[in-house]
Each structure stands twice: as structure tokens, then as C-alpha cells.
Ligand binder design. Sequence first.
Ligand SMILES: Nc1ncnc2c1ncn2[C@@H]1O[C@H](COP(=O)(O)OP(=O)(O)OP(=O)(O)O)[C@@H](O)[C@H]1O
Ligand SMILES: [Mg+2]
Length: 337
Amino acid sequence: MSVPHKLVEVRDLKMHFPIRGGLLQRVVGAVKAVDGVSFDIYQGETLGLVGESGCGKSTCGRALLRLYEVTGGSILIEGKDIAEVNAEELRQMRPTMQMVFQDPQASLNPRMSVANIIAEPLDEHMKLSKSERQARIAELMDQVGLNRDFANRYPHEFSGGQRQRIGIARALALNPKFIVCDEPIAALDVSIQAQVVNLLEDLQDRLGLTYLFISHDLSMVRHIATRVAVMYLGKIVELAPRAALYSTPQHPYTQALLSAVPDPDPAIAANRHRQILTGDVPSPANPPKGCNFNTRCPKVMEICRQKDPEFREVSPGCFAACHLLNDDQNNKPGRVT
Ligand SMILES: Nc1ncnc2c1ncn2[C@@H]1O[C@H](COP(=O)(O)OP(=O)(O)OP(=O)(O)O)[C@@H](O)[C@H]1O
Ligand SMILES: [Mg+2]
């Protein structure tokens, strides 16, 4: 078997937003939306990124495409550090990476025709003749299952699912390799969610696309992802191949999240007891000392309140950040289960 090719390599990525206060609007703190995450995305795979609202998923996805100036760390896309490149290099890299947003309504300009929306990236990056441009628009509309005769209509004349198809067509215009899908179906009716997911999967097969698929819907991610990363309060707590993550979650946070999701396998479902997490997610402006999850973890130990656990490979291909999984910490006194 050939060695899988790493398309994206993220190391210790940090995205902190300044908090300003007082009369002079001085920086008085920071929202640590993404606080030191490391992961790879392999060519052709779908990496699912899950976690509760506000844990930093969208910020992470946007930072990967450098829609923000990141606070720290590196993001290698095909070996080039996108966090470091200058404006011109970034412009040249833009076509290879695109984003599909949650709310097609808000991300499409209501005053532009579908043709012009889809062609916007073409106009910016390529010099096409009028007929080439028209042909490419028609081809993209075919690819996403939109009637090409509707190219001159406006977004409000389409349904939610069709609008998301317009957003996908625009993302595909420049033949990207990597697409960040940020909750692409969350705003759609349940009845059409599956159609859009199937479209994304088809396109991935046909065009060899690589996805970062952000969602808080664990059942959905189970269906589409190759591997899954779980975020909590700005950090990735666990990352594993889909089957391993859903059958044998390692981190107490993943275990708690999954215990709330109905399992299709009755044998697993029967053995599962529901864990309810108590307490609120702490503020990313003021995360707890030690492990970020220690204030809510049902298995918290003394060391968890002191030391941030290292994110490391706990079994082949499975990564987690938890003191319980570090051999030297097991069986030590001080456990407060
Ligand atoms: N531009 C910004 N300025 C300041 N704080 C921000 C900004 N964008 C996001 N945040 C904060 O960063 C944290 C992470 O937000 P983010 O939108 O990445 O979470 P999320 O996991 O995508 O949540 P959701 O599931 O609700 O979409 C939140 O506390 C949010 O308030
Ligand atoms: Mg989000």
C-alpha cells in the first residue's frame, strides 16, 4: 500500500482574539478560541471536526484557510506554510483551498445572479473568454445538480438546499484540492440534508477532494468522516479513525459526547450508559489550570488540575490528551472517580 500523502499539516495552531476594555480600549485579555492544536489531513480523506458550540471548530477551519492572521503555530498545505506566506503567495494558493459555509442564505450576495456568484472566483483568478466563462458556469451547475437554465436567476428564487449547491459550485470553480465544510447542512431541512451530504461525497470521489468537515452532529460525522477529531475549549482532545473513535472512545469527553448519541448497533447501545456532563463549558477567555476538561470530567484526578495533558499517540493512529491514558499516571493515588 502506498503511504498516504499529507495534504495539510497543522502544528500547535493558536488563534486568540483580543478582548479590549476600559476607556482606552486596551487589550485586557484574549479569547483562546483555538489554543494549540496539531493534526494532519491526508489527501482524499474527510477529517470530521466535532465538539460543542463555541469550542473553536469554525475558528480552526477559518484559520486553516488563513481567513485570520493566526496567533501562533504553523499550517503546511502541500508543504507551504500558509501562516507565513505573503499576500501574493496567498492569492496564488487561494484556488487550492475553499470553504463551504453553514448558511447559504447569508453567504450568497442577494443582488448577484447565480452565474455571477459562481463565476466570482473565476473572474478574480482566471482570464476566461465570455464563452469559456459561460461554459464553465454551466459545467459547475451540472456538477452540483442545478439546472443550468437557471443561471440568470437570483439566490432568493432557490430553496435552501439549492442555495447550498450554489455555494458548493462556487467553491469548486477553481478546482480546489481542499475544502473546509463548516456545518454545510446544519441550516437545511432534515429531508434535504442527506442529498447535500451525498453530493459532497460524490464530488469527493469524482474530483479527489479532501475535506475538513465541521459539525456538531456526531451521527452525521460518523457517516461521512474517515477520521474524527474532537475539540473541547480550543483544544483537540482526541483524534482517531472513525471506527475506533465510535467503538472505543478513549477520552472521557468523547465518551460523554458519544453516550448521548443513539448507537445503531444494539449490542453497543445495550452496554452503554448515558453520561450527563454537569457544569458549564468554561470561558475560552479564562480556561482552567491544567487540563481544560478538568472542571467537568467524571474521572478527574489531582494531576489534571495541575498539568495540561500532552496530546499524543496512545495507540497506532489514535491520539488523545488525557492523564488517564498516560501509563505513568494510571494506578497512582489521588484519583477521585
Ligand atoms: N472574531 C471573533 N472575535 C472574538 N471572539 C471570537 C471570534 N470568533 C469566534 N470567537 C469566540 O471564539 C470561540 C470559538 O468560536 P467558534 O465560532 O470557533 O466555535 P464553534 O465551535 O464553531 O461553535 P458553533 O458550533 O457554535 O459554530 C467562542 O468563544 C467565540 O465567541
Ligand atoms: Mg461554528
